[in-house]
Ligand binder design. Structure first.
Ligand code: HAM
Length: 433
């Protein structure tokens, strides 16, 4: 009973989890791959603080969005600052761009970023309260080719991480005028159907009508089927931009589906918006579950001014949900730093134990990964661990060897063994197949 009580009291925060073992390596391996791709494409790394002034997100992500209304973790410091845990990284990177006057650098400034973000979302399949995003932001370019570079990079990273059957959904909200026009048209349309709408969507009609497009209410889903499409409200310049994006994608051979209901859950978007999916998982009954986006992004030409910048900074980027990508892939994405042990080091007796770390260090300097259990004393126990790990060679360093400056090298496959002097140890291990 006491033990049960202890288990209940000692646990992580709901929706947050410890990352260990294979999962840790998978996150690290994913980052290594994504980072390498971004480095090849000339992007630079950035890491913004986990905490920002609350305003950066409240203004940036926008009123009437789930994130600012209910998912932001906020806190007041003793100095009365109102801070928030970052629910995403775009607004923080834009804050950094403005703060460091990056408009004076050659444009666009291209960043990649990686780290945990926080949303007080309802924990469920693929939905955590602390999760990892890999993001790319291209700041200071109006060009369609920048939108395509972002989409291309996201697509490449997903492919390299082993995601098969990638579906790209894309839409355009156009520039500020087009978006305003669309919101007007959409509001007029929903007003006609207001009697079939629930309280949440009626409220959204006042604060953020675009959000009604992904309403979970079935009656509203029917209304949405006939709703006006954003591309019908695009002005000439916005149409041209979207057409160019689609042309570039065609050129790259990236398939896409235009999704007229895609407006995204954050309010800072203009022009291109996109999301990536893979084949939906099946539940125990064999039914397809609601697909979860593996990543999403778009253009955010007006975010800079919204968060207090003096000038617009036309930008585009994406964020990938790394936890979801890792759950969806079957590819082994172990990082380069993870090494399978080549030898298992066994020590016997006090004399040997004392000299053990020096030998292990010699092996490390020779780039030979070693497994060991220095806290164990018996040969049987240590051999059993070596056997379990499936290590090809075992080094046995006993009292006699410690005094003579030698070591026994045993081949675990054919059980043959030889005694060599310590100064020949590395050379002998490297020669053995
Ligand atoms: P987002 O669509 O809100 O976009 O998040 C990006 C990805 O994070 C999602 O596609 C999903 O894979 C993952 N994600 C979202 N919520 C959760 C959750 N609760 N648990 C696990 N994974 C989750 C952004 O955050 C934008 N900042 C992307 C962007 C960058 N747009 C322009 N630049």
């Amino acid at each position: 009973m006491a033990e049960k009580q202890e288990k209940k009291d000692v646990q992580s925060v709901k929706g947050m989890r410890d990352i260990m073992g294979d999962q840790y390596y998978a996150l690290q391996g994913f980052f290594e791959k994504a980072q390498e791709i971004c480095e090849y494409y000339g992007l630079q790394p950035i890491e913004t603080p986990t905490l920002e002034q609350e305003e950066v997100f409240l203004k940036g992500i926008g009123e009437g969005t789930d994130i600012s209304d209910k998912e932001l973790y906020t806190l007041k410091t003793k100095g009365k600052d109102k801070l928030a845990m970052r629910p995403e990284t775009t607004a923080g990177i834009m804050r950094a761009y403005i703060e460091h006057g990056m408009h004076t650098k050659p444009q666009p400034v291209m960043f990649y970023t990686y780290g945990p973000v926080y949303r007080h979302d309802k924990p469920q399949r693929g939905r955590y309260r602390q999760f990892w995003q890999f993001g790319v932001e291209i700041l200071g370019s109006t060009k369609a080719v920048s939108d395509v570079l972002a989409i291309h990079l996201a697509h490449l990273i997903l492919k390299e991480a082993g995601i098969k059957d990638i579906t790209l959904k894309i839409n355009s909200l156009g520039d500020a005028d087009s978006r305003k026009e669309y919101v007007k048209t959409l509001t007029a349309y929903y007003r006609k159907h207001i009697n079939s709408m629930g309280a949440t969507d009626r409220q959204r009609l006042k604060t953020n009508p675009l959000r009604i497009l992904d309403s979970k209410d079935e009656a509203v889903a029917e209304i949405n089927a006939e709703a006006p499409q954003s591309i019908s409200s695009l002005n000439t310049a916005s149409k041209k931009h979207f057409k160019e994006v689609l042309e570039h994608l065609g050129e790259l051979g990236i398939n896409y589906e235009i999704d007229h209901k895609l407006v995204r859950g954050l309010d800072y978007y203009s022009h291109t918006v996109f999301e990536f999916f893979t084949t939906p998982e099946k539940n125990e009954e064999g039914e397809e579950m609601k697909p979860l986006a593996l990543g999403g992004g778009g253009r955010y030409d007006y975010l800079a001014k919204i968060i207090g910048g003096k000038k617009d900074v036309p930008s585009v980027g994406f964020g990938l949900g790394v936890d979801r990508v890792i759950e969806a892939t079957s590819k082994d994405i172990t990082p380069k730093v993870k090494k399978a042990p080549k030898v298992y080091f066994i020590q016997l007796g006090q004399e040997a134990k004392l000299k053990s770390l020096a030998i292990i260090e010699e092996l490390r300097l020779a780039k030979i990964p070693v497994a060991h259990s220095l806290s164990k004393d018996s040969l049987g126990q240590q051999l059993a661990i070596a056997e379990k790990l499936g290590v090809p060679q075992v080094l046995i360093f006993g009292q006699k060897e410690a005094l003579e400056g030698s070591v026994i090298i045993r081949n675990m496959k054919n059980r043959s063994q030889k005694i060599v002097k310590i100064d020949k140890m590395v050379e002998t291990i490297k020669k053995m197949k």
